[in-house]
Design a protein around this ligand. Structure first.
Ligand code: NAD
Length: 457
């Protein structure tokens, strides 16, 4: 009898422990879920997919079709052995992704950066598909990247890596297949080496295989400045739409490379705007009286950074500090995920327009918060499409063997971007969506129509 009682007590005890254990596990699961919801998704491909999904759902597209609009058509990973100056071999990993070619050959830059990932390249390729559709140029989207810090390489090592990468992706690129261009840390000299390498492989001058080449070997007037030029046109139109006088309006630029420098130059020179804050990877500088843009560009080129510029009133090691000043216009021109759920509240209430020169600088949560606050965010796939549009002009000129003047290039670009801005702005107002949603809805429709006509979906 005593044994039986002991057995029952033991059994009840086990049940209590068992229940406590499972309560504890369920509690952990709930906690994990809360933490997961709290932390923002920062994977660029997940963000890009969400941007397409949100807009595609608003267009009433089916789930299977949305998947076809998101996933890349083709992706290549390459491992590139390069002989270093000290005789050692280093193997670099690179990627080339072709996202969607329904509207034309793939088009998109090549990034050299230590933080390049496959998902980042996939996101950048997807954004190219919808950027080309936004600008109305007959291309699909592509992108390439190599995991490398080019600042650690000698000129000879950089040339050998650039040539070897292009040899490795040569089977899938070509003037009618996929046309690369520069992106972060790549430039016209690197385009020249890549063009030369491909031309040797095919046995003729394949000018149309890559864009943003130097003028001497098939480049176009106005290509180097094109992204900044595009920022000028869309920002000008946005300020006009909001009835803001650009003369004397203040702006800040995050990232002072190709996109940042030319944006700053044109906003100051052509609209009379005042640049008060700038950052690069080493920090932020601020001067409420405004910087002399030409002088600052000269300093950056000679000294490789803006943080040592003597005419700054404030210097901060934080590269994101640039985003928090009282300015009318913000130009993020560095990398992805700079304006997030965590820092969006620090952006001044004075900011009226954000022109995204960089690709993916704003996360969806931050985007929604800015929209709610009434900030007009001109999304990357519209704002920075000046670069790919003049790349398209270069490709057209290469195929004709007939070259345009700088004025012709600027005029054609202005027409394309001004028209795109107003169509999208009107759609935003009519459909009561934000600028990014309107831009994606318009672009997705074009890609969808091409895929449908070709019988792909
Ligand atoms: P770039 O290499 O010429 O310049 C990048 C600049 O950003 C440098 O000044 C660097 O110091 C700075 N930087 C890097 N990390 C930073 C950080 N965390 N905070 C602040 N600054 C930082 O590159 P780019 O061609 O000017 O490209 C910049 C952005 O614009 C990228 O997102 C690129 O994809 C996009 N973009 C460029 C073009 C183009 O034609 N160059 C076209 C479309 C989009």
């Amino acid at each position: 009898m005593g044994d039986y009682r002991e057995h029952v007590i033991c059994h009840q005890y086990e049940r209590v422990v068992y229940k406590l254990f499972w309560d504890y596990i369920n509690c952990l699961k709930k906690l994990l879920k809360v933490v997961k919801n709290m932390s923002e998704v920062l994977n660029p491909f997940e963000i890009a997919s969400r941007q397409v999904r949100d807009a595609a759902e608003k267009l009433g597209l089916r789930e299977d079709v949305i998947e076809a609009l998101i996933q890349p058509e083709r992706a290549l990973e390459v491992n590139i052995p390069v002989k270093m100056d000290n005789g050692e071999i280093r193997v670099f990993k690179g990627f080339r992704v072709q996202h969607n070619t329904a509207r034309g050959p793939a088009k998109g830059g090549i990034r050299f950066h230590p933080n390049v990932t496959f998902d980042e390249v996939k996101a950048l390729a997807l954004w190219m598909t919808y950027k080309c559709a936004t600008a109305g140029i007959p291309y699909g989207g592509g992108k390439g990247g190599v995991i490398v810090d080019p600042k650690q390489l000698s000129e000879g090592e950089l040339e050998r890596l650039s040539r070897a990468y292009f040899r490795a992706i040569a089977p899938i690129v070509g003037p009618d297949k996929d046309i690369p261009a520069p992106d972060v840390n790549t430039n016209p000299q690197i385009m020249a080496w890549m063009f030369d390498e491909y031309s040797k492989l095919v046995g003729y001058n394949a000018f149309g295989v890559i864009t943003a080449k130097p003028l001497e070997i098939g480049g176009s007037e106005g290509r180097v400045e094109a992204t900044g030029r595009g920022i000028l046109y869309v920002t000008r139109e946005a300020l006009k739409a909001l009835n803001v006088d650009p003369k004397g309006a203040t702006f800040a630029v995050q990232g002072f490379g190709n996109a940042g420098q030319y944006s700053a130059r044109f906003l100051a020179e052509e609209l009379g705007m005042k640049l008060v804050a700038v950052s690069d990877s080493r920090g932020t500088i601020y001067n409420p009286d405004g910087f002399d843009v030409e002088d600052l560009i000269k300093w950056k080129i000679e000294n490789k950074t803006v943080v040592t510029y003597p005419k700054a009133q404030e210097v901060d090691k934080d590269s994101t500090k640039v985003l928090y000043y009282d300015v009318d216009v913000l130009i993020p021109a560095a990398l992805e995920n700079q304006i997030t759920k965590d820092n969006v509240d620090k952006i001044s209430d004075k900011v009226k327009v954000i022109s995204e020169a960089a690709n993916g600088p704003t996360t969806p949560e931050a985007d929604a918060a800015l929209h709610e606050r009434g900030v007009l965010v001109i999304p990357d796939i519209l704002a920075n499409s000046g670069g790919v549009t003049v790349s398209y002009f270069e490709w057209v000129q290469n195929r004709m063997g007939y070259y345009w003047t700088l004025e012709e290039v600027r005029e054609r670009l202005d027409k394309i971007l001004t028209k795109a801005f107003h169509e999208i702005y009107q759609m935003r107002n009519e459909k009561k969506v934000n600028m990014r949603e309107a831009t994606y809805m318009r672009a997705i429709k074009k890609v969808y129509d091409a895929m449908k006509l070709r019988g792909w979906i």
